[in-house]
Design a protein around this ligand. Structure first.
Ligand code: CA
Length: 194
């Protein structure tokens, strides 16, 4: 009888030990799941933030402008950026009508175009270039002949880094004619981000 009782006690102790180990193992699993849940929550939050950043970049990438001169310019004693005063469109506010300069807010490939109109009377005397960071990209020229009322246009696709600037330059001692008909325009827009 005593031996039987001792055996039962031992069995009970083993059961208790087994049960204790099982509970400890379950607790460890629960802790592990909690940790995984926290990691997932963090990952989700991270994805949310990335998504928000992407939406921000996409909305910030809407860049397009057209501005028109509105009055004659020149002759000046030095090369001068034409200040197209009348803004028709300036999505993204990249174009500054006080300086005539477009500044790239995002890295990408852009399209620019300008049209110049030579003097309305007398001898034609217009030379204009599209400039990127002070470097000539493309030009238009009309200084010969007795004809007036001529327009000339040029365009370029340019890869720009953030902070690069683009403007239209009137050369020294040259002129362009404009009035409220707005013959001289400067336009640009972002084709795609890089
Ligand atoms: Ca001409």
């Amino acid at each position: 009888m005593r031996e039987k009782l001792a055996a039962m006690t031992q069995t009970q102790r083993r059961l208790e030990e087994t049960l204790g180990a099982a509970i400890a193992s379950m607790e460890a699993s629960v802790q592990s799941y909690k940790g995984e849940a926290e990691e997932l929550s963090k990952a989700n939050k991270n994805h949310d933030e990335q998504l928000k950043a992407l939406v921000h970049v996409t909305s910030a990438s809407k860049i397009a402008f057209t501005a028109a001169l509105g009055r004659s310019a020149g002759p000046f004693s030095q090369e001068t950026a034409l200040k197209y005063q009348r803004i028709l469109t300036n999505i993204g506010s990249g174009y500054n009508s006080y300086t005539g300069i477009f500044t790239a807010m995002v890295r990408g490939v852009y399209y620019f175009r300008y049209t110049m109109y030579n003097n309305n009377f007398g001898h034609p005397n217009s030379v204009v270039s599209l400039m990127k960071n002070g470097q000539m990209m493309v030009s238009t020229w009309d200084t010969e002949g007795a004809d007036v009322h001529d327009s000339a246009s040029n365009a370029a696709v340019l890869q720009l880094e953030v902070g690069d600037n683009v403007y239209v330059q009137l050369y020294r001692n040259r002129v362009v004619y404009d009035d409220s008909k707005y013959y001289n325009t400067f336009s640009g827009f972002l084709l795609f981000n890089l």
